[in-house]
Write a protein that binds this ligand. Structure first.
Ligand SMILES: Cc1cc2nc3c(=O)[nH]c(=O)nc-3n(C[C@H](O)[C@H](O)[C@H](O)COP(=O)(O)O)c2cc1C
Length: 188
């Protein structure tokens, strides 16, 4: 698969399974992420990997960090506990936000987001599946602290990764002309 094909045909894949990624496959994901655009080379992004039995610990953290978790119905508790079991590898993309005269918090978050997209593309390019997930678990400070994040760090994504376990959804057809205009616009 060439680069343009990978970029234009990638879709998110939620049905993921083993065998585990090889070290070479995994390294290429992080090398791609580390090539994200990065204003002033602040290097705001870092990544945590969660795999194997440690995924159950992450599920426990998801559950026990939810507000009033003990009163949640059993199905909601089970959902939180089992979330990390949906893929053999979870990468937590973390943005470390520092003051900079020219680079705002938003720009630092955008750089980490660009790294996540590079990771999705790198996964697809080598036949792996990946999906970017956030939801409440990404914005819960108890979860951030449980993962060891400092006060100036934010979760940008939980990237679920693995081998594709079901036919990927078709690539949506998006006519370029619907999204691209030549400026100045011609008045009708
Ligand atoms: C910031 C961000 C947060 C996302 N959070 C979730 C999520 O919580 N759950 C989910 O299923 N997908 C999530 N996604 C993935 C999108 O759902 C996915 O990209 C979308 O379904 C389009 O599919 P495609 O990537 O195949 O085009 C998120 C994507 C982004 C950019």
């Amino acid at each position: 698969m060439n680069a343009i094909q990978a970029l234009t045909e990638r879709v998110s894949v939620a049905q993921l399974t083993g065998p585990d990624l090889t070290p070479a496959e995994e390294d290429s994901l992080f090398l791609a992420a580390l090539r994200a655009a990065d204003h002033a080379w602040m290097r705001p992004s870092r990544y945590l990997t969660v795999r194997g039995d440690d995924r159950a610990k992450l599920g426990r953290l998801f559950l026990e960090s939810a507000p009033d978790w003990q009163t949640l119905p059993d199905d909601k508790q089970a959902k939180l506990l089992n979330m990390p079991m949906r893929a053999p590898l979870i990468v937590v993309a973390v943005c470390t936000i520092n003051d900079h005269p020219k680079v705002s918090r938003e720009e630092q978050l955008m750089s980490t987001a660009a790294g996540v997209q590079n990771m999705l593309n790198a996964a697809w390019a080598q036949g792996l599946g990946a999906i970017w997930r956030t939801g409440e678990v990404a914005y819960n400070r108890r979860i951030a602290e449980g993962l060891g994040l400092a006060a100036n760090e934010e979760i940008v994504a939980f990237v679920y990764l693995g081998r594709i376990n079901a036919a990927p959804k078709p690539v949506p057809e998006l006519p370029v002309a619907d999204f691209v205009q030549s400026w100045p616009l011609k008045s009708s």
